[in-house]
Design a protein around this ligand. Structure first.
Ligand code: EPU
Length: 422
């Protein structure tokens, strides 16, 4: 298993380009299952989850012309001519829960889907009951056995529905399934994350009729078939947020090219409360300043609130801020695993239920730490950048799932970080 070794205490400076959003690209790749024509996605991030989704689609007989090129020119072409196995097997689902995004498009296009039930994961139980209830509302028959969900429907029928709670991939599954259903679907209490309107833009380019994506009420009028399309994936707001914190925590000065500030309002506002200056510039988003930073409480919320996917990175920053901050996690029930690792580096954090109380600033010192999930591992890299001495972050594969060449990017900005292959 690969590890990252970081010699902390270096100020980061320079320019880096933010890649396409993993969490937009994943549902957009799954959307190729809705048509027999070619779907081309550009600005694809070169991260492990994208490769896993490509393997999942290949398992179903989708022709995948592998990613080529870098940055904006990184692209994939997908053609789901005939789907031979409408199935997401356990070994792929267990490495990537987003495999559940195949469910909606498969049942809509082929009338059948079999998807392994994702188990719990490091950050929480993460059931898929809302995805299944929504498909039932659309007329699918759902059966679960031997750890698999089977969904069957001769043809899905549009329906009105309200999500019991907001779910991002659940909203995406409904949009994709309803795009090929008979009649109109209205989804209330839909997720509003920027990845949702981005998926809608692709689906509309494929011929779907969707209104309201990006609001909590989405109306989808089913069409008999969809066609191929080309689409450029939005920039990754969480990667951008992570590098904003990297700039702040090292007292550095970074220009993030291609970051979309409109998707980062809550993060930029929170950083401003701490005294971190984030400026829009024609070339992108600049973060700078030398601190000291002020502690500020944060509670995770669905978009447009402060993202749960930034909570761990923000916690790393709070260990270096002056004062006490309370971080409240409202989306996932177990998303503080990074706190105990930061404490091993010298952080002063107390966990009380879904709240973390962080007292700062505490000098961090390098230590061996273990990454438990994607964003936790990013936060430990950030803590390592701020620490004196050597930090070794074990289980680098977590970070490779969602961050494109993080060690190369950080090195180019002046960090001392290397990958140790294990
Ligand atoms: N939930 C249910 N039942 C469901 C679906 C969700 O109870 O059927 C619960 C979840 O357990 C959770 C809450 O609802 O407590 C919200 O979960 P959501 O469904 O919105 O999460 P997701 O769609 O599985 C996506 C991102 C996550 C991100 C969350 C929240 C993708 C591929 N994943 O997950 O990204 O944390 O939304 O914003 O889009 C990451 O990139 O590191 C990551 C974990």
């Amino acid at each position: 298993m690969d590890k990252f070794r970081i010699e902390g205490g270096r100020r980061l400076e320079g320019t880096l380009r933010i890649c396409g959003a993993k969490n937009a690209a994943l549902p957009e790749m799954a959307a190729c299952l809705l048509t027999g024509e070619t779907v081309e996605l550009r600005n694809l991030p070169r991260v492990r989850d994208i490769e896993t989704m490509a393997r999942l689609l290949e398992h179903m007989n989708v022709e995948v012309a592998r990613p080529e090129g870098e940055g904006e020119s990184a692209r994939v072409r997908l053609r789901a001519g005939t789907i031979s196995h409408a199935e997401a097997p356990y070994d792929l689902v267990k490495t990537m829960r987003a495999s559940v995004l195949a469910l909606g498009p498969l049942v809509a296009r082929t009338g059948y889907a079999r998807v392994s039930m994702p188990g719990g994961c490091a950050i929480g139980a993460r059931p898929i009951d809302l995805h299944l209830k929504a498909l039932e509302r659309l007329g699918a028959e759902i059966a679960t056995e031997h750890g698999y969900v089977e969904a069957r429907a001769k043809r899905l029928r549009g329906a009105r529905m309200v999500f019991d709670r907001i779910t991002v991939t659940g909203t995406e599954n409904v949009m994709m399934a309803a795009a090929l259903a008979d009649g109109e679907t209205v989804l209330e209490n839909a997720a509003r994350e920027p990845e949702i309107p981005d998926l809608a833009r692709l689906l509309v380019a494929m011929g779907a009729r969707i209104e309201g994506a990006g609001t909590s009420s989405i109306r989808i009028t089913g069409v008999p078939s969809l066609r191929g399309a080309a689409h450029s994936v939005i920039p990754d707001r969480i990667a951008a947020g992570t590098y904003l914190v990297a700039g702040a925590i090292t007292g550095g000065n970074l220009l993030l090219e291609a970051a979309d500030p409109n998707h980062l309002d809550a993060v930029i506002q929170k950083l401003a409360e701490c005294g971190v200056e984030v400026r829009r510039e024609p070339g992108g988003l600049r973060v700078g300043g030398a601190g000291p930073w002020k502690a500020a409480d944060a509670a995770t919320e669905e978009y447009p609130g402060f993202p749960t996917d930034m909570q761990a990175q923000y916690m790393a920053l709070m260990t270096q801020a002056q004062g006490t901050s309370i971080l409240t996690e409202t989306i996932f029930e177990n998303r503080f695993l990074h706190a105990s690792e930061m404490m091993r580096m010298g952080a002063d954090i107390t966990i009380r239920g879904n709240q973390a109380v962080v007292r700062g600033p505490t000098p961090l010192t390098g230590a061996g730490v273990i990454a438990s999930d994607l964003r936790a591992s990013a936060s430990l890299v950030l803590a390592g950048l701020a620490a004196q001495g050597t930090t070794v972050v074990d289980r680098a594969y977590h970070i490779d799932r969602g961050y494109e060449k993080i060690e190369e990017k950080l090195r180019a900005l002046g960090a001392r970080i290397e990958r140790i292959s294990g």
